[in-house]
Design a binder for this molecule. Structure first.
Ligand SMILES: Nc1ncnc2c1ncn2[C@@H]1O[C@H](COP(=O)(O)OP(=O)(O)OP(=O)(O)O)[C@@H](O)[C@H]1O
Length: 271
C-alpha cells in the first residue's frame, strides 16, 4: 500500500480542518483529489508529506509511519510537486533536477556520475532531455512543470504528491502534462494530485477522493464518485454529468448556464 491514512485530524489553532479522515492509496494508483477552495487539500498533502506534524491519527507511506522518518528517509519514500511557484535563480534544467538527488548523498558531497545519470534518465522519462542545458527560468509554464515532474522522478521515491500540477497551464499543456502523469502511474508510481477540474477524474484518475468541509465526502471509482449530485453539492452550482463517445468519457456541464445563455442570446437577437 502506497499511502494509508488512519483517522487523520488536523487543526490550525482552534480551527479544525480535517476530521477523522481515513483512506488508502494502492501501489501504482493515480488518485485525484477534489474539493472546493479552502477545504483542506493542501493541508492533507502537508500532513502526508510530514510538513504538518501536529496531526492526530496515523499516516503510513509505503508502510512507514511518516512521523518516525527523518527528512532524508521521507525524501526516499515520497516526493512533492508544489502549486505554481516563481523561480528565482537562473539554474540549468539539469541542475534543477539534480537538486532532488541529495537524499542519496552525504553532507557536502557534490552530485557525481550516478546522480547525473539519474537526472538525465528522469528527463528522458518525461520526454524533455533536450531541455537539459537550457535555463529553467526561460522555459514556458508547461515545460517548467515537466521539469518539476522529472525532478520528482530523480528523487527516486515511489510515491508522488502533486498540488494542482496544471493550474497555471493552457489547455494543450494541461493535456500533455496529465497524460504524462497517467503514463508514470501506469509504469508503477503512486500519484496523488489535486485538481479543480472534476472532468479530469474521468480521463486521468484511477480513483477520486472528494473532501468536504472537515472530512471525506467520497472515495472510489471516478464514475461512481463524480456524479451530477456530488459535483453540484460540493461546488454549489447546478451540474449535469454527460457521457460522450459511447460513455468512454464523461464531462461536467453547468446546465443552468445553458438556459441562461440561450435566454441572453434570444435577448440580443431582439435588440
Ligand atoms: N498556515 C495556516 N494557518 C492558518 N490557517 C491556514 C493555514 N494554511 C491554510 N489555512 C486555512 O486552512 C484552510 C484549508 O487550506 P488549504 O490550503 O489546505 O485548502 P485547499 O483545499 O488546498 O484550498 P485551495 O483549493 O484554495 O488551494 C483554509 O481555510 C486556509 O485559509
Amino acid at each position: 500500500m502506497s499511502i494509508r491514512v488512519e483517522h487523520l485530524g488536523f487543526s490550525y489553532g482552534n480551527r479544525e480542518i480535517l476530521h477523522d479522515l481515513s483512506f488508502e492509496v494502492p501501489d501504482g494508483c493515480l488518485v485525484n483529489v477534489l474539493g472546493p477552495n479552502g477545504v483542506g487539500k493542501s493541508t492533507l498533502f502537508r500532513c502526508i508529506l510530514g510538513l504538518n506534524q501536529r496531526y492526530s491519527g496515523r499516516i503510513l507511506v509505503n508502510g512507514k509511519d511518516v512521523r518516525e522518518l527523518s527528512i532524508r528517509q521521507r525524501a526516499r519514500e515520497i516526493s512533492y510537486i508544489p502549486q505554481t511557484h516563481a523561480p528565482v535563480y537562473d539554474y540549468e534544467v539539469l541542475d534543477v533536477v539534480l537538486m532532488a538527488t541529495g537524499s542519496s548523498m552525504k553532507v557536502l558531497w557534490n552530485p557525481g556520475c550516478e546522480q547525473r545519470k539519474r537526472a538525465y534518465e528522469a528527463l528522458e522519462r518525461v520526454g524533455i532531455e533536450q531541455f537539459a542545458h537550457r535555463l529553467y527560468t526561460r522555459l514556458s509554464g508547461g515545460e517548467q512543470q515537466l521539469v518539476l515532474i522529472a525532478r520528482a522522478l530523480a528523487q527516486d521515491a515511489r510515491t508522488i504528491v502533486m498540488d494542482e500540477p496544471t493550474s497555471a497551464l493552457d489547455y494543450g499543456n494541461t493535456v500533455r502534462v496529465l497524460s504524462r502523469i497517467r503514463q508514470l502511474a501506469r509504469e508503477g508510481l503512486s500519484i496523488v494530485q489535486s485538481t479543480h477540474n472534476p472532468d479530469h477524474a474521468f480521463l486521468y484518475a484511477d480513483k477520486t477522493l472528494v473532501l468536504r468541509s472537515g472530512g471525506l465526502e467520497a472515495y472510489g471509482d471516478p464514475r461512481e464518485v463524480v456524479t451530477s449530485d456530488l459535483v453540484s453539492r460540493i461546488y454549489g452550482v447546478d451540474v449535469e454529468v454527460s457521457s460522450l463517445y459511447g460513455d468512454k468519457v464523461r464531462v461536467c456541464v453547468p446546465v443552468h448556464e445553458i438556459t441562461a445563455c440561450g435566454r441572453e442570446n434570444r435577448g440580443s437577437e431582439r435588440t
